[in-house]
Write a protein that binds this ligand. Structure first.
Ligand code: CA
Ligand code: CA
Ligand code: CA
Length: 352
């Protein structure tokens, strides 16, 4: 059962005020403790099950408990909402369980990607690895997201490859203020890729799924994806008529040129899915995280181990709610065989 919210708690009032100020409202909420909500089609291999060792993990008032939705890999879970009030963005809030021997990026049995789509557009596709410390997990959780990593939380095991992890994915900015309007919403959740295996080998779960809509979304910045070195940061929120400072740090000492690539999609480059590992180009642990479709190479001013630029955003109301994906692309001879390293990504939602 969901914990009762204590309205006298000192942190509740500021949260409520923040929600009111941004015009947010909850349009769907479930703790999965009783029955499968009618709005969820669980696919062919998902059911409500007890949370076992995940019980109690999560922030105050939002912890795994009772039952959750547990799914096999290779199965799609679909949430369909209709009759939504007028809004300009949505946020997805949920706890995520990476259960048993998920194998991260690579070829079978690796290739286990948790993918979330909103109205058919991928907003998240990252691999999760539990079995071995040497496996590559593409998901680099921001601070405060990881609740448990590679410990025994039940299901298969204990021990051997069958350790488990838990994440509060709803707190990752990548799921906050996604551009969306219109009265219907379809969200899909699945682990797909070349590495899917049986339920007793690997699976995933979610608890406390909530959907919020907002009517006046401010600009928003969400880091995503993995870096092979450079660290990207925005110095503010993107808004029409303003320049957005963007910086790269931790550049290799051999850096000669630093640029930003900007794209309209983080989901695909033509027929190829993103994020795309670039190991095969001599760039180990580097990822192409956007499609370079807007500006392939925006110049930055280089100074020592960092670089900066100001991205001008035209004063055009039509840009409100538009999203842009960017990452640093850095020429650094000798840093790897290709002499090119890439930062993680930033999803920029333009506000006013
Ligand atoms: Ca529950
Ligand atoms: Ca386990
Ligand atoms: Ca696998």
């Amino acid at each position: 059962m969901e914990s009762a919210v204590n309205l006298c708690s000192p942190w509740v009032a500021p949260l409520l005020l923040t929600a009111l100020a941004t015009g947010q409202s909850v349009v769907f909420s479930t703790d999965f403790d009783t029955t499968m909500p009618a709005q969820i089609a669980p696919g062919t291999a998902a059911a409500l099950e007890g949370v076992q060792g995940y019980a109690g993990l999560g922030p105050v008032g939002n912890v795994f408990g009772g039952k959750f939705l547990r799914s096999a890999t290779g199965n799609k879970v679909t949430l369909s909402l209709s009759g939504l009030p007028a809004h300009t963005s949505i946020s997805l809030d949920f706890l995520f369980a990476a259960i048993d021997s998920l194998d991260g990026s690579g070829a079978y049995p690796s290739g286990d990607y948790f993918k979330v789509t909103v109205d058919g557009l991928a907003v998240f596709r990252e691999s999760f690895a539990n079995a071995l410390a040497s496996q590559i997990q593409s998901y680099a959780a921001p601070a405060g997201i990881t609740l448990a990593r590679r410990v025994d939380l039940g299901f298969s095991g204990p021990g051997s490859y069958y350790t488990d992890s838990a994440y509060y994915l709803g707190a990752d900015p990548v799921f906050v203020n996604l551009p969306h309007s219109g009265p219907t919403l379809t969200v899909t959740f699945e682990i797909e890729g070349p590495g899917i295996q049986g339920l007793d080998d690997e699976s995933w779960g979610m608890d406390n799924l909530r959907v919020r809509v907002a009517t006046n979304a401010p600009g928003h910045v969400a880091p995503y994806g993995s870096s092979c070195g450079p660290v990207i940061q925005a110095g503010g929120l993107p808004a029409i008529g303003r320049a957005l400072p963007v910086s790269l740090s931790a550049l290799p000492s051999s850096t000669t040129v630093a640029t930003l690539g900007l794209g309209a999609s983080s989901a695909s480059l033509g027929a190829l899915p993103l994020p795309m590992p670039l190991d095969f180009l001599g760039m180990p642990r580097c990822w192409l995280l956007q499609d370079l479709s807007l500006i392939p190479s925006y110049p930055m001013a280089l100074s020592g181990a960092s670089a900066t630029t100001n991205l001008p955003i035209p004063n055009d109301p039509a840009l409100r709610g538009v999203q842009v994906f960017t990452q640093g692309i850095v020429l650094a001879p000798g840093a790897n065989p290709a002499g090119v390293v890439l930062s993680g990504g930033l999803r920029l939602l333009v506000g006013t």
